[in-house]
Design a protein around this ligand. Structure first.
Ligand SMILES: [Zn+2]
Length: 97
C-alpha cells in the first residue's frame, strides 16, 4: 500500500527542502571560471604584451570576469606576479588582434 501525502505534509516537505537550498542573495564576489568557460578557452594561446611570451591562455594567463564576460588576463602570470597592482595603467582596447 502506498501512502498518499496530504497537502499539509507536502507543504511541510516543501518548506524543509527550501531550507536546504542555499540563499541566492549570497553573491560570490570573485567568481571562478567554471568548466564551460574553461572549455571555451582551452587550447587557445595568446602572447603577453609585456614580455612577448606566447602561452596557453588557461595555463599561462588565466581568466578574469570583466563586465559580466570572461576574458583572458592581459599579462602572463609571471608578469602579473612581478608587478605591483597599481604600477601599470589598465590595458587599452587598441588593436587587440
Ligand atoms: Zn609576460
Amino acid at each position: 500500500m502506498t501512502k498518499k501525502m496530504t497537502l499539509e505534509e507536502m507543504q511541510a516537505e516543501l518548506a524543509r527542502l527550501k531550507r536546504l537550498v542555499p540563499d541566492p542573495k549570497r553573491q560570490i564576489r570573485h567568481p571562478k571560471p567554471d568548466r564551460v568557460v574553461e572549455e571555451e578557452f582551452r587550447g587557445k594561446k595568446k602572447s603577453c604584451p609585456r614580455c612577448g611570451k606566447e602561452g596557453d591562455i588557461l595555463d599561462e594567463f588565466g581568466l578574469r570576469m570583466y563586465r559580466g564576460k570572461w576574458r583572458p588576463q592581459s599579462y602572463c602570470r609571471a608578469c602579473r606576479s612581478s608587478t605591483t597592482p597599481h604600477a601599470a595603467p589598465p590595458e587599452s582596447e587598441k588593436d587587440g588582434r
